[in-house]
Design a protein. Structure first.
Length: 125
């Protein structure tokens, strides 16, 4: 298949094969699965490291751990954007506009850290 419409025909054929595979896989699953799976006694009970569960099923977690995780993800992901900039830093044509854009980016990161520090989020106690 060549030409402009050939690309669409290839895509359509690939989608058709994917749908057929999906239907066959789920049909085989429906035919081959047991009608009523037998659960051994105690399978659906709560398990806590071999000990009998004690107390309610709802445990409270402190919000600061979520804040630590959020800050880590935020700054780790944004730090990834610094690497492509550092790779092209020494190439010709790297102008003042690009340096200003990266300065703004780093300033926004610094504002985020400053905000977290001022709210005492970075304190472990």
């Amino acid at each position: 298949m060549s030409g402009y419409l050939g690309s669409y025909a290839t895509l359509g054929l690939l989608l058709l094969v994917g749908v057929i595979f999906f239907v066959v896989a789920f049909g085989a699953n429906r035919l081959l699965r047991p009608a009523r799976p037998a659960d051994p006694p105690g399978k659906r009970e709560t398990y806590e490291c071999g000990l009998d569960p004690v107390g309610a099923d709802w445990a409270q977690a402190q919000i600061r751990y979520y804040v630590y995780a959020f800050l880590y993800v935020l700054f780790a992901v944004e730090a990834v954007f610094l690497f492509p900039w550092a790779v092209v830093f020494d190439r010709p044509g790297f102008g003042l506009i690009t340096v200003a854009e990266m300065g703004i980016f780093v300033a926004v990161l610094a504002l985020g850290i400053l905000y977290a520090w001022r709210k005492n989020v970075l304190r472990w106690s």
